[in-house]
Design a protein. Structure first.
Length: 202
C-alpha cells in the first residue's frame, strides 16, 4: 500500500490549483516507510484510482506530461495497471499514452498486468496494439513468461491468442512452459501444452 502526500483528491482541487500540475512532485510512503520520490499528480490519480481526477489533470495540462516517469522510470500507466485502476488505464489509453514505455527493470504495462494479476487490464492493453506482446524485460522475460510465473491462465490464453511467442526464453533459457512446470501451475501448463500441440500440428 502506498500513501501519497500531498495529492489531488477531487476535480475541484485540480481546477482550483493555479500552478503547473506537471511541475508538482509528490512523495509516497510505502508500508515499509520507504519514500518514493518523483510522483506526478497524474501518477497520484493513477495510484488512487481517481479516473475523474486523471481526466481533469490531463485536460488542465493539455496532455503534457502524460508519459512522465518517476525516479524508477514508472509512468502513470504503470501505476494504474499495478494498482488495478482499470478506469484510469482506460482514460490514459483514450488519451494515447505510450503503451510500450518501459520502467527501470524493463517492464512495460503488460508486464505489470501479468505480474499483478489483472487479466481485464491485460485485455485492454492487448486490444490497444499487439506490438507490446513480445517485449522482454531486462531479464529477458516477456509478459507471457510473467503471466506463467504468476499463475494467470486467463492472461496466458489472451497473450497466446494475440501473438505471444510460445518459445521465447528469458536470460536463464527458460520458457513460459518451463516456468509453469517449475511453479507447478497446472492450469497454465494445460493451456501452454494445448497451444504447443496446435502449433506443432499446424
Amino acid at each position: 500500500m502506498i500513501r501519497l502526500r500531498p495529492t489531488f483528491k477531487t476535480i475541484d482541487s485540480v481546477n482550483s490549483y493555479e500552478g503547473d500540475c506537471n511541475s508538482l512532485r509528490f512523495y509516497a510512503i510505502t508500508n515499509e516507510r520507504k519514500v518514493r520520490a518523483g510522483i506526478t499528480a497524474l501518477m497520484g490519480a493513477s495510484i488512487n484510482g481517481k479516473s475523474d481526477v486523471a481526466v481533469a489533470i490531463i485536460n488542465k495540462t493539455n496532455r503534457v506530461g502524460i508519459d512522465s516517469r518517476d525516479h524508477y522510470k514508472k509512468s502513470a500507466l504503470h501505476f494504474a495497471v499495478m494498482f488495478g485502476s482499470k478506469d484510469v488505464v482506460q482514460v490514459l489509453l483514450n488519451q494515447k499514452c505510450n503503451v510500450d514505455i518501459k520502467d527501470k527493470q524493463g517492464w512495460n504495462a503488460l508486464h505489470y498486468a501479468a505480474n499483478y494479476k489483472h487479466p481485464d487490464i491485460a485485455e485492454l492493453l492487448v486490444l490497444q496494439g499487439k506490438e507490446n506482446v513480445n517485449q522482454s524485460d531486462n531479464y529477458g522475460m516477456t509478459p507471457l513468461i510473467r503471466a506463467a510465473i504468476s499463475d494467470q491462465p486467463v492472461t496466458v490464453e489472451l497473450l497466446l491468442d494475440n501473438g505471444a511467442n510460445l518459445y521465447s526464453k528469458d536470460k536463464r533459457r527458460r520458457t513460459a512452459h518451463i516456468w509453469a512446470a517449475h511453479k507447478r501451475h497446472i492450469n497454465v501448463l494445460e493451456i501452454l501444452q494445448r497451444h504447443l500441440v496446435i502449433h506443432n500440428t499446424a
